[in-house]
Design a protein around this ligand. Structure first.
Ligand code: NAP
Ligand code: MG
Length: 401
């Protein structure tokens, strides 16, 4: 069989620990035998990030801007323990944070639905995709612990020196204050990424904030979304037969629980952080969740939603058997290959991606899966496979399709 040819390279960002092991298995078993794989390789493993003073992360993000599509393996975000473990020169920043700052994007996360792994919310028939704004609010806030009586104010000093002052509170005793911000250009990027992704995937878009209480802050989010929608997307949404729907965050939460799924739920940074954990755990497992960063300029970076699965890696290093689920990492590759196929007009590459995803789902639905799924499946007597066996079983399914 002739291997599928590619024209433009994918940006390949290798990573750490157990997911780095899975990365190689996936390439060897599921990709290289079928595709003349063209990638520009960046090693984001922590050792090489440290060796290059994290320049490799910046280079990989810039390459993504150049080529348009990247696939990323999970990576370690260093903490004090990792400083020692890897003898790091510095506590390097989260690669995802660095990449996001360069690509300026929104993260979309959707569950991978499989028969036999059912959401615990019974009426959720279709996936719910969470779109999380990845800049500002409480994540970039300044805080002060107020020790005792005194006046706290919000002060904005314009470049010409004029000041706007808003009283926060006249404290009679101790308390706390917090100053949050966001940037209109970032909110606009967030809105455009969401509208584009809704058109791309032909799903309705929901957006919610607390604009009745936060009449300036949250209301700005609501207004920016509406202005951009009216100016640039109303016609396109109507033509695609999809809807943009704004409501209050409390109303959105209530409606989500009663919905059938099948839409994108755009969330402010904090709402997205919290609600994506709720939605993903209700759908079953972080290892059954796709994640893609979409920039407003139309650049895509695909990854798994979970981390490097450190505990499994330590077992692997001790020569013990692991049963780590590779589905989210396989779907990162298929997402990136499909997008490359769409951009380059390579129908064969798109078909390959569809077929490989189907092979993963069929394998699990046939009762062959890793331990994390075996523990929650409704399929009787599942066969528990180790990390490599599962990937080999997917290959068998793929070859038989
Ligand atoms: P994790 O890698 O997501 O794993 C946490 C636990 O979830 C695992 O111990 C395992 O549970 C289960 N799990 C996650 N993915 C699984 C899979 N594919 N198959 C089977 N079980 C899976 O989080 P962590 O161990 O707390 O973090 C490890 C490293 O990942 C950290 O250094 C963190 O910085 C990094 N991280 C990276 C990203 C990213 O690059 N996107 C995201 C999050 C975290 P059991 O042990 O019970 O089997
Ligand atoms: Mg969270």
């Amino acid at each position: 069989m002739d291997k599928i040819k590619m024209t433009t390279p994918l940006v390949e960002m290798d990573g750490d620990e157990m997911t780095r092991i899975l990365w190689k298995y996936i390439k060897d078993e599921l990709l290289l035998p079928y595709i003349d794989l063209k990638t520009e390789y960046y090693d984001l493993g922590l050792e090489y990030r440290n060796e290059t003073n994290d320049q490799v992360t910046v280079d990989s993000a810039n390459a993504t801007l150049k080529y348009g599509v990247a696939v990323k393996c999970a990576t370690i975000t260093p903490n004090a323990a990792r400083m020692e473990e890897y003898d790091l020169k510095e506590m390097w920043k989260s690669p995802n944070g660095t990449i996001r700052a360069i690509l300026d994007g929104t993260v979309f996360r959707a569950p991978i639905k499989v028969k036999g792994i059912e959401p615990c919310v019974k009426n959720w028939k279709k996936p719910i995709t969470i779109a999380r704004h990845a800049y500002g609010d409480v994540y970039k806030a300044s805080e002060i612990k107020i020790p005792g009586a005194g006046k706290a104010e919000l002060v904005y000093t314009a470049e010409d020196g004029t000041q706007t002052v808003e009283l926060i509170h006249n404290f009679k005793g101790a308390g706390v204050i917090q100053g949050q911000h966001n940037i209109s250009s970032s909110i606009e990027s967030f809105a455009r990424s969401c509208f584009n992704y809704a058109l791309d995937t032909k799903q309705d878009l929901w957006f919610a904030t607390k604009d009745t209480i936060s009449k300036k802050y949250d209301h700005t989010f609501k207004d920016i979304f509406q202005e951009i929608y009216d100016a640039d997307y109303d016609d396109k949404f109507k033509a695609a037969g999809i809807e943009y729907f704004y409501t209050l965050i409390d109303d959105a939460v209530a409606r989500v629980m009663k919905s059938e799924g099948g839409y994108i739920w755009a969330c402010k940074n904090y709402d997205g952080d919290v609600m994506s954990d709720m939605v993903s755990s209700a759908f079953g497992s972080l290892a059954m969740m796709t994640s893609v960063l979409v920039s407003p300029s139309g650049v895509y970076e695909y990854e798994a939603a979970h981390g490097t699965v450190q505990r499994h890696y330590y077992k692997h290093m001790k020569g013990e058997e692991t049963s780590t689920n590779s589905v989210a990492t396989i779907f990162a590759w298929t997402g990136a290959l499909r997008k490359r196929g769409q951009l380059d007009g390579l129908a064969e590459l798109e078909t390959f991606a569809d077929k490989l995803e189907k092979a993963c789902i069929d394998t699990i639905e046939a009762g062959k899966m890793t331990k994390d799924l075996a523990l929650i499946t409704e399929i009787e007597n599942p066969v528990v496979l180790n990390s490599l066996e599962f990937i080999q079983e997917v290959r068998k399914t793929f070859d038989a399709l």
